[in-house]
Design a binder for this molecule. Structure first.
Ligand code: BG6
Ligand code: MG
Length: 239
C-alpha cells in the first residue's frame, strides 16, 4: 500500500474524532432557554393556565396540553387552551384573557427565589464562565428580566434576549439569533439548551447545536440530551 493509501485509511478511520475535535472548538457561547431550563417557572405557567382554563369552563386542560405550551408565546399558548373549549373569542377578549393569565402568573412569581433554580443550572453557568464560554438567555418570556433578578442569576449571564426583544416566536430562530448577535458570536459557534420542541426547532432553524433537557428531553431530537443540567455526563463532549 502506498503512503497516500495509508493516509487515506487513517483519515477516514479517524474522521469522526477529527470532526468532534472541530465541533468542540466551535462552541464559544451557550444560550439557555429560561422557563424549564434554568428555573422551575414551567410549573407556574402550567398552574396559571389551568386556573384560567377552569374559569372558562375547560376542566380537562392537563399536563399533556401544557407540554405543547413549552417555549410557545403567550398568545399561542392561549390558543392551546381555547381549542379545548367551544366558545369563540374576539381578539380583544383574547388579549384580556392572556393578561388575566399573566396576572395570575406574575402573582406566583412574587415568591420566586434562588431556591427555584433548577438542579445544575447555576453550576453549569459557573463552569462555562470559568472555561471562558459566553452565556446568554434566549427566552420567549416577557417576564424574563424579572425572573432572572428574583433567582439572582443575572451576574452569571453575559446577555439576555427575551420576549421583549422579538416579534416572531419559536420555532422562528429570532430570539436565539438576537442572543448570538448580542454575544458577538456566529450562530454556528453557539449551543442552545432547551426543554421544548419549538425551542429545539428554533435553534436548528438558526443553525445552532442543541442540548435537550427536561421531562421531554428524550423526545426532542436534540444533538445532545440530559434529564437536567446536573445530569450532563460529559460537557467536554458537548463543548
Ligand atoms: C416561554 C414558556 O418561556 O415563555 C411559555 O415556555 C410561555 O410557556 C412563554 O408562554 C411566554 O412567557 P410570558 O412570561 O411572556 O407569558
Ligand atoms: Mg422552556
Amino acid at each position: 500500500m502506498t503512503f497516500i493509501n495509508h493516509l487515506r485509511t487513517f483519515l477516514s478511520t479517524n474522521r469522526k474524532i477529527f470532526l468532534q475535535e472541530e465541533e468542540k472548538k466551535m462552541i464559544r457561547g451557550v444560550i439557555f432557554d429560561l422557563d424549564g431550563v434554568l428555573v422551575s417557572t414551567d410549573e407556574l405557567h402550567y398552574q396559571a393556565w389551568k386556573r384560567l382554563a377552569n374559569e372558562l369552563g375547560i376542566m380537562d386542560f392537563g399536563r399533556k396540553d401544557n407540554e405543547r405550551q413549552r417555549g410557545v408565546s403567550r398568545m399561542a399558548s392561549l390558543e392551546i387552551v381555547l381549542e379545548k373549549g367551544t366558545k369563540k373569542y374576539t381578539d380583544e377578549e383574547k388579549r384580556a384573557l392572556a393578561e388575566k393569565k399573566n396576572d395570575y402568573y406574575k402573582k406566583s412569581l412574587q415568591s420566586l427565589s434562588p431556591e427555584d433554580v433548577l438542579p445544575g443550572a447555576k453550576e453549569a453557568l459557573e463552569m462555562l464562565r470559568e472555561r471562558g464560554v459566553l452565556t446568554a438567555v434566549g427566552s420567549a418570556s416577557k417576564n424574563a428580566p424579572e425572573i432572572l433578578e428574583r433567582i439572582e442569576l443575572m451576574p452569571l449571564l453575559d446577555k439576555i434576549s427575551c420576549g421583549l426583544d422579538i416579534t416572531r416566536s419559536k420555532p422562528d430562530p429570532e430570539v436565539f439569533l438576537v442572543a448570538a448577535e448580542k454575544l458577538g458570536l456566529a450562530p454556528e459557534d453557539c449551543l442552545v439548551v432547551e426543554d421544548s420542541a419549538a425551542g429545539i426547532q428554533a435553534a436548528r432553524n438558526g443553525g445552532m447545536k442543541t442540548l435537550a433537557v427536561g421531562p421531554l428531553s428524550g423526545q426532542l431530537g436534540g444533538d445532545f440530551e440530559a434529564r437536567n443540567l446536573s445530569s450532563v455526563e460529559n460537557w467536554d463532549e458537548i463543548l
